[in-house]
Structures are given as C-alpha cells and as structure tokens.
Write a protein that binds this ligand. Structure first.
Ligand SMILES: C[S@@+](CC[C@H](N)C(=O)[O-])C[C@H]1O[C@@H](n2cnc3c(N)ncnc32)[C@H](O)[C@@H]1O
Length: 231
C-alpha cells in the first residue's frame, strides 16, 4: 500500500512514523510519504492560503496551491487522480471514520490524504480533486494532521505484519468476529485486588463458557451504546 499525506506540517508525522506498528508496516510493503504543500506553491513568499471571498474569519488553503502540489507529485492533472486512487480530504463534516470504512481503506492499494489548517479548504479542492471527505468525529481540530494520523493508525494496524501478534486485531471492538459489537472486558493478574475478583469463569479454563461469557459481555456493551454498535 502507498499512503501520501499532503500537509503544511510534514514534521508532525515524525512521531507517528516512529511508532512500532507503523514502523513494522513501513518495513514491509507500506510506503508512507509526506508532501509539503508549501514546497510546491506557485505563489511568492511560500504563500499557501488566502482570505475567504464574501468575508469571514480565517484563511483557506488555496485551490491553485493544492493543484500544483498534486500535479508535481503525481505528474498528472489532479482532476484525473481520483480515478486512480482514493484522494481523501480530511474534514469535520465528512463521512465518519468507523471500522467499516477502515476495512474499506485498508483494502486500497493507494491513498492520498489532504490536510487543511486554519479555516479549511477552498471548496473547489473537495469538488474537483477529492474522491472522499472523511471526518474522525463531529468536533473541530485545528488541522487535518491528527485526523490523518488517526486514519493511518487504524488502517495500518489492519495490514498483515503491522501487529506483532496478528490475532490481536482479529477479535477486537467492531470486528466482524464480534458481530460489530465492542470488545468484551479483559483482566490480568492479580486475580484479586482490594477485594475486586476477576470473574470466576475466566479462571475456569473452560473455553466454551469463556467464549460465551465474552460474547454476552460484548452484546451488553453494544446495548449500552444504544443498540447494535454495528448499526
Ligand atoms: C479548523 S479546521 C476547519 C473547520 C471548518 N472551518 C469547519 O467549521 O468545518 C481545519 C482543518 O482541520 C481538519 N479537521 C478539523 N477537524 C476535523 C475532523 N473532525 N476530522 C477530520 N479533519 C478535521 C480539516 O482538514 C479542516 O479543514
């Protein structure tokens, strides 16, 4: 898989790419590249943003700057790019990132992520260059970089070899093996602390009863979340 992140702050990803599961993925078949919009701006003084037409606060990432960065990186008209790979604009109002979307993106051979800052994107960037708008939640961050890291983290841990133990991702919250429900509770030693006992069934060694107990706890958690978490 290839992931290209377009950002004004490529150095923010230094921390992200140093994390173990990301390093594992990068040591395998994943190529992760960051592109600084500013390195490709056609404007003088490294300008990348401008004030909104019609007035209002803040600055918008300019369409000509994004056009030129995508064109320079992919050597083609960016309008053509979204027919070849998912080009994702990170926006607060986009499609909410959930496990289904993460699975969908993890199956893609190539992703391009566009991070804005300040007041956001000139809308023509989204209309003409992006294939998707993705949000990591209904709140507003200061920029798309953290959202891009969240998306990449979730996608990369789905790829073979990213996690030391592949079974860690097989049965976890929202996976199909849990019917889309949140994961059941886990416990470790000591079996008792301040009178708080680990549920006896987990100490029983009885695999079927343990599996059933876990299934029931997952369902309970789903119901507490307001019905089926997979809905
Ligand atoms: C300060 S925000 C712009 C908010 C925009 N003016 C609005 O009200 O929707 C700057 C940028 O951060 C990113 N961003 C902020 N919140 C996000 C979220 N919840 N999910 C994904 N990206 C987000 C987007 O790239 C956005 O354009």
């Amino acid at each position: 898989m290839e992931i290209d992140v377009f950002t004004l702050f490529p150095e923010w990803f230094d921390w992200f790419t140093a994390q173990r599961h990301v390093r594992n993925a990068l040591a395998g078949k994943v190529r992760f590249e960051r592109v600084n919009f500013r390195d490709h701006t056609p404007l003088s003084g490294g300008q990348v943003d401008d004030t909104p037409f019609g007035g209002g606060a803040g600055m918008l990432l300019r369409v000509d700057v994004v056009d030129s960065a995508l064109r320079a990186h992919y050597q083609l008209d960016p309008v053509e790019l979204r027919a070849q790979r998912r080009v994702i604009a990170l926006t607060p109002g986009g499609r909410l990132l959930d496990d289904e979307l993460v699975d969908e993106l993890a199956a893609e051979p190539a992703l391009t992520l566009l991070c804005a800052r300040y007041e956001g994107f000139d809308e023509r960037i989204i209309e003409h260059f992006a294939s998707d708008e993705v949000s990591i939640g209904r709140y507003v961050l200061s920029g798309g970089e953290l959202a891009a890291m969240v998306l990449c983290d979730a996608v990369l841990r789905k790829l073979p070899g990213a996690l030391g133990d592949a079974s860690s991702s097989a049965e976890e919250s929202f996976s199909s093996s849990l019917g889309g429900d949140p994961e059941y509770p886990h416990y470790t030693r000591p079996a008792e602390h301040r009178g708080w006992r680990v549920p006896e069934v987990l100490l029983s060694g009885h695999h079927e009863r343990i599996a059933q107990w876990r299934r029931e706890r997952s369902r309970e958690r789903a119901q507490r979340l307001g019905g089926d978490a997979a809905d």
